[in-house]
Ligand binder design. Structure first.
Ligand code: ZN
Length: 409
């Protein structure tokens, strides 16, 4: 960590302690006492559950009349988390988003088709602000209504699709099914908010005929747009002029070794409304070494490989969704769509893997199941019961899809 970065962090902590939330969390701390990076690393991590306790506006570090907008992250349980934004926060987010589009080679000549949702969730409006700031044409469709999506895409000649990976796949499949690919003008896809495997990426890219970019972000830290991949497809550049990040071992909280997979922890440097210090994203990734051929000086993290809370232990082996993605990508005949069910039956753990295939039912499909079982054991170390189903039989969703279901507890 540079001295300059430590100073930025201290400034952010000083500001955060204007609010009730960090005043009580860092009770008695003097930001001036933080003299070394180690002093900073000794501060407690902030969890989403902590933010929930600040409902409704307890996270605000500015007077309430300076708040121009709120967003809220979906709480699966109990109270939602409310994130207040000042005008500067909105402007900073817009600037980062514009930078994302520029990194993806998107210009004001583009027409950006926006399918992420609008409302309390940060997604749609971030994609729109960035597009308008770039001077591109924003098409604020929001999610759902596939007929209308495709009609508008054809009539208004959308050149950029922004979507979650599962919705992009759904649209790609629909375009193929309807035989309208020659009427679609898409050139690029900006895909965010969930982990996706190489095979799914290739399918979306091929079926839509576009280059794809991974965009990263979370509502607690502005929203999507705090990092994006470039043409070289080697991880995502993170806008470290707005945040500082660390990678920790989700179990111990200590830093992982260089290049190792860990959980991303973010400290905001410029956020006014709701600054966050050492916030746990629960996203698993690793830092990528060296300079990117694109020349951008911003450091890179790998594509998100999963959630630290999605990591499951079965029969002593560690399983997270991207390992299954990677494994299936190497099996000819298996598609990118799958579901894993883990149950505890008759005193032992059972892992069932359902995957989609275009191999016809019968002997051939049975042979593929056997091959998947053998390969899964060899690469992941767990013996599964594999069951092949036809393409389209597993549920698709417009939101994040859960693929590993642990029914043991
Ligand atoms: Zn790059």
């Amino acid at each position: 960590m540079t001295t300059e970065m430590l100073e930025s962090i201290k400034k952010s902590i000083r500001h955060a302690m204007n609010g009730a939330f960090y005043q009580s969390r860092f009770n008695g701390l003097q930001p001036e006492d933080i003299k070394t990076p180690e002093d900073f690393y000794a501060l407690p991590l902030t969890e989403k559950a902590d933010l929930r306790e600040a409902y409704p506006l307890g996270l605000a570090a500015v007077p309430e009349e300076e708040i121009v907008r709120i967003h809220s992250s979906s709480g699966t349980t109990g109270m939602p988390v409310i994130i207040p934004y000042t005008q500067k926060d909105v402007d900073d987010w817009t600037l980062m988003f514009k930078r994302c589009y520029e990194t993806a080679g998107i210009t004001k000549a583009d027409r950006i088709h926006i399918t992420p949702g609008y409302g309390l969730w940060t997604a749609g409006i971030g994609f729109q602000l960035g597009a308008e700031s770039l001077g591109a044409m924003a098409l604020p469709l929001g999610p759902g209504n596939t007929d209308k999506q495709l009609q508008m895409m054809m009539d208004l000649k959308s050149t950029v699709l922004t979507a979650t990976s599962s919705y992009a796949l759904l649209l790609a499949e629909e375009i193929a099914k309807r035989g309208i690919k020659d009427k679609i003008h898409l050139k690029k896809g900006v895909i965010g908010s969930e982990r996706w495997g190489e095979k799914m990426r290739r399918r979306i890219a091929n079926e839509l005929g576009v280059s794809l970019y991974d965009i990263y972000g979370l509502t607690e830290i502005y929203g999507p747009g705090i990092g994006i991949s470039c043409d070289h497809e080697c991880g995502m550049h993170m806008w470290t002029d707005f945040m500082f990040y660390e990678l920790i071992d989700p179990k111990t909280g200590g830093h992982v070794k260089e290049g190792e997979i860990g959980e991303l922890v973010i400290t905001t440097l410029k956020k006014e409304g709701a600054p966050l210090i050492r916030y746990r994203t629960h996203d698993l990734t690793r830092e990528l070494p060296g300079e990117c051929p694109c020349g951008l000086a911003f450091p890179r993290i790998d594509t998100i490989i999963g959630r630290s809370d999605d990591m499951v232990k079965v029969k002593g082996a560690i399983l997270y969704p991207s390992r299954v993605d990677e494994f299936l990508a190497g099996v000819p005949g298996a598609s990118s769509e799958y579901q894993v069910m883990i149950d505890h039956l008759n005193g032992r753990d059972i892992l069932r893997l359902f995957f989609e295939t275009d191999v016809p039912e019968g002997e051939q499909r049975k042979a593929l199941e056997k091959e998947v079982e053998r390969g899964f054991k060899a690469s992941i170390g767990i013996v599964p019961e594999a069951k092949a189903v036809s393409l389209g039989e597993l549920p698709r969703s417009e939101k994040k899809s859960t693929r590993i279901f642990d029914n043991r507890y």
